[in-house]
Design a protein around this ligand. Structure first.
Ligand SMILES: Cc1cc2nc3c(=O)[nH]c(=O)nc-3n(C[C@H](O)[C@H](O)[C@H](O)COP(=O)(O)OP(=O)(O)OC[C@H]3O[C@@H](n4cnc5c(N)ncnc54)[C@H](O)[C@@H]3O)c2cc1C
Length: 530
């Protein structure tokens, strides 16, 4: 690509879903936008790929709920072909004593399920959901807004006042819940409500998703909450499947972006963010020259962005930014559905279409965390299995299936100098062993597998430290502190450089929200400068 001054009004580093969302809004405001992506496909962690002849699946993220309805509407994703189908119920959890718990599909149905374990827990469920929803509503209200910058301008002071006023309007009990959710351990929160282990494990599982922590670690209640603020087709708190896999979301976004005149280049690695007179001015592309623009927007992890910008003078907080979700991801092609000992049958049944949680108690999750801290990962890992081909026949040949295995507490850095290149297959075997303990036909049903260790997630998908959320969702890296205090307004320490990825508020997940919010700030500055 040639070096032409003023090639674009805005260039975006990375075509993850947030980069694409941002590109759409910027182009919609009349900017000339170029997007540069190092992979050969768009979507970043929201992508569908063939991993064995005839078998396709979401490679990384695999289930949808958090994608913001405003983004879906504004960017005409349904018109662009996006269809999201609901699971028959949310989760299926085999228990330690050979029984199972199903959660979802309606409160009364779930209450009947829970009553198998505790009548008191069943009675308390509706009140638990109400309290959770009330706090989730607070979050929903705030996600589309730019958090106030600590020590910022008058506008930030006004925004802080608006946030404080909104919180102040809540009844005292709800204020306490907000405080508790941001600070408490999920296990302690759940103990207040329930007695039985299966319900606590099923509802608490989300607190360790992408979060290297024990359910008893302070701050895990927030991660649980982060997973429930979404909705599918207008129904809040539930998770669904994008037909065609998560790549269908990115493809719909890319189609909308192109229709708005955005130039998208794949297979192009940005090796540096250029600056001129103290302002971001363009990109240096590996082996492909330079492009110039009036501003630069980065979809990559903040640690990567800092490096690309030459971060010597950036605040220490960027160097200290914590990235490690300790996640291991695998796709398998299956000749048949798993036949669970606790609910036998290989014919498709509703539990095959739910999120199957293989972690029967919070204590089990705590042990997996403790072992991983010592040994790098546990032979008794935390695994969620999802079999999207049960609701989407575009993914596998007739009669065969694909399953996503999403596994927690596999450390990025293994102790004793061990390397993921040598350990990847062993860890995958341990995961398959675990599923086979619950469904004895599983191992023999596996035709092919694609394994992504935390190291592979970094190398292949550009996720620094293998972190699925572009940075830990801990109180010191949330809201006004995401990615760092003073930089919550999507503006980075280099003037004219913005952050539009999951490292910005409100954090990780396929939400489209950082892309949406960053675009608003870019457009604001653009209009001001003009
Ligand atoms: C294993 C796993 C499972 C997950 N499961 C779910 C789930 O089921 N549901 C959910 O909602 N969320 C899930 N998530 C989280 C979610 O996928 C991410 O938080 C979200 O996709 C991040 O989107 P993004 O656009 O901000 O960044 P990314 O998707 O990371 O996109 C950033 C893009 O920038 C590109 N890039 C980086 N550096 C450069 C460079 N130098 N030059 C050019 N391009 C560059 C990358 O290649 C990438 O395409 C999961 C994540 C992982 C890893």
């Amino acid at each position: 690509m040639s070096a032409v001054a003023g090639d674009f009004d805005a260039v975006i580093v990375g075509a993850g879903h947030n980069g694409l969302v941002c590109a759409c809004y910027l182009a919609g405001a009349g900017l000339k936008v170029g997007v540069f992506e190092r992979r050969d496909v768009v979507g970043g962690s929201a992508v569908t790929e063939e991993f064995h002849p005839g078998f396709r699946n979401s490679s990384v993220s695999y289930t949808v709920s958090l994608l913001n309805p405003k983004v879906i509407r504004d960017l005409r994703l349904v018109e662009r072909g996006l269809t999201i189908v609901e699971r028959p119920f949310s989760n299926f959890l085999p228990t330690e004593d050979g029984r199972f718990l199903k959660v979802g599909g309606g409160v009364e149905v779930t209450q009947r399920e829970i009553a198998k374990f505790s009548a008191r827990d069943a009675d308390r469920l509706p009140a638990y959901y109400d309290r959770l929803e009330r706090v989730a509503d607070v979050l929903r209200d705030m996600i589309l807004e730019t958090p106030p910058n600590v020590g910022g301008s008058l506008a930030d002071a006004f925004s802080a006042w608006k946030t404080a006023r909104r919180l102040n309007r809540l009844p005292l009990e709800a204020k306490q819940d907000v405080l508790d959710f941001f600070t408490m351990a999920a296990a302690d929160w759940l103990d207040r409500w329930f007695d039985s282990d299966p319900i606590k494990a099923c509802l608490g599982f989300d607190c360790v998703v992408g979060n290297f922590a024990s359910p008893w670690s302070p701050g895990t209640a927030y991660v649980l909450l982060h997973h429930v603020f979404g909705e599918v087709n207008g129904k809040s708190g539930i998770w669904g499947h994008a037909v065609g896999g998560m790549g269908a979301i990115s493809e719909a976004l890319a189609a909308e972006a192109r229709a708005r005149g955005v130039t998208i280049r794949t297979g192009v690695t940005v090796e540096a963010i250029l600056s001129r007179k103290g302002r971001a001015a363009g990109l240096s592309l590996a082996g492909q020259g330079k492009v110039f623009a009036r501003c630069v927007v980065a979809n990559a992890n903040p640690k990567i962005v800092a490096k690309l910008a030459g971060d010597e003078a950036w605040p220490e907080a960027f160097a200290n930014y914590q990235c490690e979700s300790a996640t291991f991801r695998m796709n398998v092609a299956l000749s048949e559905l798993p036949d669970f000992s606790c609910l036998p049958g290989k014919a498709p049944a509703p539990h095959h279409s739910s999120g199957i949680i293989l972690a029967p108690t919070l204590a089990y999750m705590d042990r997996a965390h403790a072992t991983a801290r010592e040994e790098g990962w546990s032979r008794e890992p935390i695994v969620e299995v999802l079999i999207p081909s049960t609701v989407d026949d575009s993914l596998a040949p007739r009669g065969a299936h694909v399953a996503s295995l999403f596994c927690q507490h596999f450390r990025y850095a293994l102790p004793g100098g061990r390397r993921w290149e040598d350990e990847r297959e062993r860890a995958a075997d341990a995961v398959i062993d675990l599923v086979t303990r619950h469904a004895p036909n599983f191992r023999s049903a596996v035709i092919a597998r694609r394994i992504l260790s935390p190291w592979d997630l970094e190398r292949e998908f550009g996720l620094a430290g293998g972190d699925i959320f572009h940075g830990k969702l801990s109180l010191n890296q949330l809201f006004s502190a995401r990615p760092a205090l003073g930089y919550a307004g999507y503006r980075m320490p280099l003037a004219g450089l913005y952050l539009c990825g999951a490292g910005a508020h409100p954090g990780g997940g396929v939400t489209g929200v950082p892309g949406h919010n960053a675009a608003r700030e870019v457009i604001r500055d653009w209009r001001r400068r003009r």
